[in-house]
Write a protein that binds this ligand. Structure first.
Ligand code: AMP
Ligand code: MG
Length: 351
């Protein structure tokens, strides 16, 4: 066990002494959890193989799952990547923001960071604390989500503490994250370019910029798809899951509530404690041990923001089974459904 230092930091005007202390840990090869606009990240010096190995150990992350590199200056892209496309500005002008770009990796990037691939994933986060930390460290920061592998991503410092207290050096606490789901990952090394993970930057908006952009089949898969050589090894690992068994009910809005209540009654009758992950439109319809709402079905940004926190709350309530409503797959709803499907282990009921 390490002692994990937890520091509250002002999200708009990060205190210089706190950022300096965190940056010193990064430079010395340690691990610092920090806020971004998407979720909390677990950071280490991306160019220090041993430091990056520490991330895998702390998270118990499979070694083949590569890690996104966070930068504070667009020019750093050219140190980390080779074969940068000429029109890259069309995408990097969206930085800082919830968009991760995959390019061919330069020699500078250790295999620990790329998970052994010849590509590197890069993003500039839109959060003052994250940017200050990267700048002050003077190195790019490799950071996956700051949770134990397989668990829901952390959207508060408390979530990070639940999973990683005693396993990392420091947590910078700047309050809840604004977006709540991870970044959109776009692979520019494939032709046509493809989204490997839907996230905080909506597909619809990105498609307007990259005309031939497509979604990798795994993004919208509603069953386990066998991918021989996944371009993003993270795709094949179980993800985002609460401790409770999660069943996702998808289909016509009119039929959702009846089917969900039927499942609640079935599991309750077996003596299980059952939770429903609902939306505002339907939440009054359910009789279950715990009912929680993601917000209005018309507000995908709100649903994204609340998703991971609510999954953890069900665990705190010690429910055995969560029955979740499917939501529309537009805007951030695509990311929400992708996470719910994976959290269910593709245990999906269609109505
Ligand atoms: P997380 O660790 O939760 O932030 O997830 C990072 C995601 O980015 C994982 O799904 C990785 O597989 C993906 N990723 C990171 N680097 C690469 C890369 N070089 N190529 C493909 N996917 C990547
Ligand atoms: Mg993660």
């Amino acid at each position: 066990m390490k002692r994990t230092i937890i520091l509250k930091v002002n999200s708009e005007r990060p205190e210089a002494d706190k950022i300096k202390a965190a940056a010193k840990i990064i430079r010395e090869g340690g691990l610092v959890a920090f806020p971004t606009e998407t979720v909390y990240g677990l950071g280490a010096d991306a160019l220090n193989p041993e430091a990056v190995r520490g991330i895998y150990a702390a998270k118990r992350r499979p070694l083949d799952n590569p890690i996104i590199v966070h930068i504070s200056d667009k020019r750093d892209l050219y140190k980390l990547a080779r074969e940068v496309p000429e029109n890259i500005d069309e995408l990097t002008r969206l930085w800082p923001g919830p968009l991760t770009i995959i390019l061919k990796a330069s020699e500078a990037v250790p295999r620990e960071t790329t998970g052994g691939l010849d590509t590197v994933a890069i993003r500039m986060p839109n959060h003052k604390v994250a940017l200050a930390l990267i700048r002050e460290s003077g190195v790019p920061i490799a950071a996956p989500s700051a949770n134990l592998a397989g668990r829901p991503s952390p959207t508060t410092a408390e979530h990070v503490k639940q999973d990683l207290n005693g396993r990392i050096d420091m947590i910078l606490d700047a309050g809840p994250t604004r977006i709540g789901v991870e970044s959109t990952v776009v692979d520019l090394t494939s032709k046509p370019p493809q989204i490997l993970r839907p996230g905080g930057f909506p597909f619809e908006d990105l498609k307007r910029i990259i005309k031939d952009l497509r979604l990798h089949p795994s993004v919208t898969a509603d069953r386990k798809v066998y991918i021989e050589r996944p371009p993003s090894p993270g795709m094949k690992h179980r993800h985002y899951a609460p401790k409770a068994k999660l069943i996702l009910v998808e289909g016509r809005m009119e039929a959702l509530a009846d089917k969900i209540q039927e499942l609640v009654d079935k599991y309750s009758c077996e003596g299980r404690r059952v939770g429903v992950l609902s939306t505002d439109e339907n939440k009054h319809l359910y009789r279950a041990d715990v009912v929680k709402s993601l917000g209005s079905r018309k507000d995908p940004a709100c649903m994204a923001k609340k998703l991971f926190g609510l999954l953890r709350e069900f665990d705190e309530e010690k429910v055995d089974v969560i029955i979740a409503e499917g939501v529309p797959m537009r805007h951030l709803g695509l990311a929400v459904m992708n996470r719910l499907r994976k959290a269910s282990g593709f245990n999906i009921v269609k109505v």
